[in-house]
Design a protein around this ligand. Structure first.
Ligand SMILES: *Cc1c(COP(=O)(O)O)cnc(C)c1O
Length: 367
């Protein structure tokens, strides 16, 4: 049996009729940029997060940049984030004019270690961008407490964690502002690029709205320098249609994850660890193994496709070696990068496919 890492066509087939109706409505409606369909999705998405405001933007990367600028990040400000994130997080910090500073993570949850933040701070630190990696929230209570004590802003990178919660509150409400991505493979994916800035603070929401459209509140009168980063109306309508299915998809992801965790418990393969009070949405199901290349080769022979998120931490990327701290403090990220491997997990994965993955992992682990 061939088990794909991800097959988006299954989701589209399942809701094809609804999507066709939605797309036809946009074609007939005559709004292609901004307008009522976008506003409707923004209201629904804010409500989903439990936040006051959602502002649709062109991508998750732009959402991070705009969120940082909306809370006042300026050129030269240092912004601390996790070294095991993907490149867009640091690209977005630099696009906002900030200087990324990399911090290490808790190896159990792969998210920022609050006890290791201090070593990344300088007198120029202005913000922290916790990354809710793989769909699990960072340990937000201590992170926000440290930020408050130092007067730092907290910008959630929630690109992988729509619907995830921390002590009962969803992503989008856990810091000053949050950035979401609707890249097609994300848990809530558009049929193209998209993103959103979510916040409880009306002033931050207002700034994000200005920044995404040339700093204009009204046409042709610019209040601050911004640029063009709008969420297409067509994508917003599609996302609104998909949002109604998100909880069911998340539930299926959680069922699959708990099945994997149970079935792999005795294999020696490291399965995801749920942090206290954190409800994971399993954007990715990432295990840790010692001999990764051999492990992946065995799975591939069994027809099971795997990926690595991510093979190289930020400071090992040619473009970002300059961000490597002199004191070598990113050792957990370095160690994890050699050991992580992502197994197929998406809502439309069939039970027989899940069994094939479990079987292949057991063989690869010699269990
Ligand atoms: C996908 C992703 C982004 C970027 O989102 P795009 O919509 O692709 O620009 C940023 N951070 C994380 C953690 C992501 O997974």
């Amino acid at each position: 049996m061939k088990v794909p890492f991800l097959d988006l066509s299954r989701q589209i087939a399942a809701i094809r009729d609804e999507l066709d109706v939605t797309i036809a409505r946009v074609l007939d409606g005559g709004w292609f940029v901004l307008g009522p369909p976008l506003e409707a999705f923004e209201r629904d998405f804010a409500a989903y997060c439990g936040a006051r405001e959602a502002v649709g933007v062109a991508s998750g990367t732009d959402a991070i940049t705009i969120a940082l600028q909306a809370v006042g990040i300026e050129p030269g400000d240092e912004v601390v984030t996790a070294a095991n994130t993907c490149v867009p997080t640091v690209a977005a910090i630099e696009a906002a004019g900030g200087t990324p500073v990399l911090a290490d993570v808790d190896p159990r949850t792969h998210t920022l270690d609050p006890d290791r933040l201090e070593e990344a701070f300088t007198e120029r630190t202005r913000a922290i961008v916790p990354v809710h990696l793989y769909g699990q929230c960072a340990d937000m209570a201590p992170i926000v407490e440290i930020a408050r004590a130092r007067g730092l802003k907290v910008v959630e990178d929630a690109a992988q964690a729509v619907g995830a919660s921390y002590r009962g509150r969803r992503t989008g409400t856990l810091g000053d502002v949050a950035a979401f991505s609707f890249y097609p493979t994300k848990n809530l994916g558009a049929l193209g690029d998209g993103g959103a800035v979510v916040t409880d603070d009306p002033e931050v929401g207002e700034q994000a709205r200005l920044l995404r459209v040339y700093g204009e509140r009204e046409r042709y009168r610019s209040l601050r320098s911004g640029w063009n980063s709008r969420l297409d109306t067509l994508q917003a309508a599609i996302l609104g249609t998909k949002l109604a299915h998100l909880d069911a998809w998340t539930e299926r992801r959680r069922d699959l994850a708990s099945h994997y965790v149970g079935a792999l418990a005795d294999t020696g393969v490291g399965v995801p660890v749920a942090g206290d009070g954190r409800e994971h949405v399993y954007h990715l199901f990432v295990v840790t193994v010692n001999e990764r290349d051999a492990f992946r080769a065995t799975l591939e022979q069994a027809g099971v496709q795997t990926l690595v998120h991510y093979p190289r931490p930020i400071h090992r990327q040619p473009a970002y070696e300059r961000l490597a701290p002199a004191d070598g403090r990113l050792y957990e990220c370095d160690k994890l990068a050699d050991r992580v491997v992502s197994l197929p997990l998406f809502p439309e994965l069939e039970d027989a496919e899940v069994e094939a993955v479990v079987e292949a992992v057991r063989v690869a682990a010699g269990a």
